[in-house]
Design a protein around this ligand. Sequence first.
Ligand code: ZN
Length: 242
Amino acid sequence: MNKVFWTTWFTEEACPAWPCPSCHAGSLALKPATFTQTATKESFADQEEQWWGPENVVYSFTAWAACKNCSEEFALSGIGGVEQVPDDAHSSAYVDFYQIRHCHPTLELISLPAKCPNLVREALAAAFALYWLDRPSSAGRIRVALERLLDHFGIASKAETGKFISLDKRIDVFSQSDTANGPKLMALKWLGNVGAHTIDVQANDLLAAFEVFEHVLSEVIDKKSDSIAKLAAELTAKYKHG
Ligand SMILES: [Zn+2]
């Protein structure tokens, strides 16, 4: 994962070279002459005040991007602002910067194994879309993806009495068959908890969680899925009768 892609603000000349979620081979570039922006009325409301400066401007923007490899087109929209940056003449200039809040088709922040279970993929797609809009909700979707990953490995979510088994307990069962990846899943669970109870989750923490998920998926789906599923089923059976 290139974290710069997912945190940087860009100018209307060029968006980050986001990886294309359609062909998984190319990267995106803004389509020429599609970028439009306008400042919000609210951000100009106090422009007569002495303290007001261009840093107070808030933009709305829309644009189109396309994959340089497969030509898939992407509808972008988001917000912008103005920052003072040094220029070549040892002075400074005001530059407009933008960040997306929505992109369709949805950009994928991590690469998913071809055999990634569909229900996990769906939950992660929601987490990717929410990353730009509402990070605590995005963290919550990562937690859902985690529950679905455990479902995929046949780790019971309900006891025979019908009572729900806690996510902690389910991760414990998983960890008994995979001591390397189990603790990583527990770390994702903590972030999901925080997401459910706070109004903000740091972008870096969320990106770290995506990175951990990417690593775990490549380990457990690509390399070890068969043996883990077998062990997990044995352990789950043991646990359910314990
Ligand atoms: Zn493409």
